[in-house]
Design a protein around this ligand. Structure first.
Ligand code: ARG
Length: 415
């Protein structure tokens, strides 16, 4: 009998939940299931994943290596924007979702699927990001959220898996829920849900704790071309290698641990632990180079754009005209952000120890207090006269008339 079932493409991580979902989509929703694993630098044990997908009756399991695409088109543009959510989170998970959505849609088109599925919970940001992106790219596709539509406890899921012959690895269960890609790692749940509790050592995998970091610093020269990191210590290397190398080195120095109470789009405050040694180091380096190559006005306005940019990434609005507009602005600001930053990695911090650029706006001749000073100090008095003129006028006309104003307490008080 010909198979008349409709096909669904499932974003497949290889874990228990998406393996159970593979079966559930067939049993309960009548789909034929194609599994898609998107490798953003978080590739699971592929043999085990394949074994589970097959046991769960998947028609196919495709794996896409999207690490380079992720860096070039998602993480690096966010770096150029200095996009950081609520002053801490470099947005690794949030940046990955629109790319996963795009690849799901591409695969759905390729195999003639009518639907796509993901295993995001119904109370997180990730479902919003995926759903909004999928709707934007392919409004005709049905979206099934397997976890939010089929609430199972972990025990239920294990029972369902063994009933259907899906192998469940007998490894120790992580006390946390994690998400990783090459730009960073997010850790939540378990004991971390108590915001009074310090994150235990086992929450961290990519970064050393400060009592285990090397006694001596490492220096690393990071070169940028138009705001994009391209070389380490003078060697031009592919993006994926560059980020992995920075991650390794910065992680050894305990850099990139972030612990924040975060405001989710769905209205919940949550406690989030992140490890993002490469992102944190590259962001610090990029900012240092911008401090040398952008004007005061550019830096200030760009900081406001950075916040807007971070919000739109966090809030799932990647495929929007607003994003295109902000991205054009950011790209324009980066036309002289080319040069080197010497980063000092030590004791949990990544600090710029030096920066240089052919487009530097820093003029030694203007800044120096030593010989060779070209700053015309005689021009200062006239400048100050005009700069302070409105202050002087207003003080005379209004402020000095009110002796009770605390700002003017230095003035003798009348009894
Ligand atoms: N709170 C972060 C965000 O919304 C991290 C989410 C981690 N996702 C996960 N499935 N564990 O981007």
């Amino acid at each position: 009998m010909p198979d008349t079932r409709e096909t669904i493409v499932l974003a497949y991580s290889g874990g228990l939940d998406t393996s159970v979902a593979t079966k559930w989509l067939q049993e309960e929703r009548g789909y034929e299931v194609v599994c898609l694993t998107v490798d953003l630098g978080n590739l699971p044990d592929l043999d085990a994943a394949r074994e589970r997908a097959t046991a769960a009756g998947a028609k196919a399991l495709d794996v896409v290596d999207a690490k380079d695409t992720f860096l070039q088109f998602f993480a690096f543009p966010a770096l150029a924007a200095n996009a950081v959510y609520e002053e801490g989170y470099p947005l690794a998970t949030a940046l990955g979702r629109p790319l996963i959505a795009k690849l799901l849609v591409d695969k759905a088109r390729e195999v003639g699927a009518t639907a796509v599925a993901h295993g995001c919970t119904g109370k997180g940001n990730d479902q919003v990001r995926l759903d909004v992106a999928i709707h934007a790219l392919a409004p005709d596709l049905t979206i099934v959220g397997t976890t939010r539509e089929n609430l199972m406890t972990r025990e239920d899921a294990i029972a369902y898996a063994s009933k259907h012959g899906i192998p469940v690895r007998a490894t120790v269960e992580s006390p946390y829920s994690t998400d990783e890609n090459i730009w960073g790692r997010a850790v939540e749940c378990g004991i971390l849900e108590d915001p009074w509790v310090e994150p235990p050592a086992d929450a961290f995998e990519w970064t050393r704790s400060l009592d285990e970091t090397p006694a001596d610093p490492d220096y690393l020269v990071i070169s940028f071309d138009h705001g994009i990191p391209v070389a380490l210590d003078g060697d031009t290397i592919p993006a994926v290698d560059l980020v992995n190398r920075v991650q390794e080195l910065a992680g050894r120095h305990g850099i990139g641990r972030i612990d924040q109470i975060e405001n989710r789009l769905v209205g919940i405050k949550s406690r989030e632990i992140y490890e993002a040694p490469a992102a944190v180091t590259l962001l610090a380096a990029h900012r240092a180079l911008e401090s040398l190559t952008l004007s005061k006005q550019q830096l200030r306005f760009k900081a406001r754009v950075a916040q807007e940019y971070a919000d739109l990434i966090y809030n799932g609005l990647w495929f929007s005209a607003h994003h295109q507009d902000l991205a054009s602005y950011v790209q324009s600001t980066q036309r002289h952000v080319t040069g080197d930053v010497r980063m000092k990695l030590w004791r949990g911090t990544a600090v710029a120890a030096g920066q240089r650029s052919d487009f530097s706006l820093y003029s030694h001749a203007l800044a120096t207090y030593g010989s060779g000073d070209q700053f015309d100090q005689s021009a200062a008095q006239g400048f100050i006269k005009l700069w302070g003129l409105p202050v002087e006028v207003q003080a005379q006309a209004q402020l000095l008339r009110d002796p009770s104003d605390p700002l003017f307490l230095a003035r003798p008080q009348e009894q």
